[in-house]
Each structure stands twice: as structure tokens, then as C-alpha cells.
Design a protein around this ligand. Structure first.
Ligand SMILES: [Zn+2]
Length: 194
């Protein structure tokens, strides 16, 4: 079922073929996936004791296939929330403030992409990102090139990091991404980078 999501994630449409009839439905969505590190949930957790055998951990993690994970823009390990940090409050943005920032970032992307037929970074074609008029200079993309060359990223993953880089820049109100924006985008993909 999860791997059946690969086509709509990529194209934003679902095609169904039955008895000589085919239908196309729009399917742009935001996919959030969460998983434990192992069946007991303690593998790699500080202070946690995991008794799962390595083969069982591997089998458990393989339930999210590599090709599916490759299609997820942000793939990041999160640590367990401690009682202390819960009672201290998170100090993070309020939903209302976050919403304003997201709206401003989306507006900036839509303005930049005017005339292309795209409105958001997630829709932009990979080739356009890499070779189009707004491609990033070598001084910015070198870490990405290196990750691709050593096989740590697929071309699809490369494009996804570029889209995320633009989104991080848009969220900060920067007109064009810097090496720092790209570094942060790569950091947010560490779960999927080999
Ligand atoms: Zn375990």
C-alpha cells in the first residue's frame, strides 16, 4: 500500500486501470510518515534498552522501502521528548506565527515562478531546478554534487534537496538560496542519505 503512493507523490495524479477503462484523479497531498527505530522503540534511544535482534530491526526498517523514502523531502531522526523539556515548554513558534511565515514563503515562491505554470517549490520540475534560469551557482551546490557522486543521493533525492533549499530560503525571505540554506536542507535529509 505504501509503495503504491510512489506514483502520486511523484506526479500528483492517480491513474486507475480496470477492464479496459482508465481514469485519472488529482492527488496532490502532503505525506507525513513516522516510525519507531525498531519493534520495541528503544533502538538508538539514549537511556533506552533495546533487546531486538539485529535481523529483526533490519526487517522492521525495511517495511519503509528505499524508493519510498527517497520520495520524502525531509527524512529526519527525532529524539524522544523528555519530561523536563515537556514541562519547560518548547519555546517554538505559535501556529499563528508559523502560518504567517508559510503564507509569506508561498507567496514569494509563487511570485518567482510566475509564468512557469508552477506555484510552489514542490511542483517545480527537477531539470528546471538544475538547468533553468534560476539554477544555483556551483559555490552553492558543490556539497550536493559531492553527495550525488559518492552515491549518497539519487538524482531524485538531489532534486528534492534543491526544492527544500528554495523553501528554506523562501521562509527566511532570501531572494536566492545560499550554501547555508542548502546545508540545512541536506541536514534535514540525513535519514535518507546513505
Ligand atoms: Zn528494539
Amino acid at each position: 500500500m505504501l509503495d503504491a503512493l510512489r506514483q502520486p507523490i511523484e506526479n500528483g495524479v492517480i491513474e486507475i486501470h480496470r477492464a479496459g477503462v482508465s481514469a485519472r484523479f488529482p492527488a496532490r497531498f502532503q505525506l507525513l510518515l513516522a516510525t519507531n527505530p525498531c519493534p520495541c522503540g528503544n533502538h538508538g534511544v539514549r537511556g533506552g534498552e533495546c533487546l531486538c535482534p539485529p535481523s529483526q530491526i533490519r526487517r522492521y526498517q525495511q517495511r519503509l522501502s528505499g524508493p519510498l523514502r527517497d520520495r520524502v523531502d525531509i527524512d529526519f531522526p527525532v529524539t524522544r521528548v523528555s519530561a523536563a523539556s515537556l514541562s519547560a515548554g518548547s519555546g517554538s513558534l505559535s501556529t499563528a506565527v508559523a502560518r504567517e511565515r508559510v503564507l509569506a514563503a508561498r507567496a514569494a515562491a509563487a511570485e518567482r515562478l510566475a509564468g512557469t505554470g508552477w506555484r510552489t517549490n514542490s511542483e517545480v520540475d527537477g531539470q528546471w531546478l538544475r538547468q533553468g534560469p534560476r539554477r544555483l551557482p556551483p559555490s552553492v551546490v558543490t556539497p550536493l554534487e559531492r553527495a550525488l557522486q559518492r552515491g549518497a543521493l539519487t538524482v531524485r533525492g538531489y532534486d528534492r534537496v534543491l526544492r527544500l533549499t528554495w523553501t528554506i530560503a523562501d521562509l527566511e525571505g532570501a531572494s536566492t538560496p545560499t550554501a547555508d540554506h542548502l546545508g540545512r536542507a541536506l541536514f534535514l535529509r540525513q535519514g535518507a542519505v546513505a
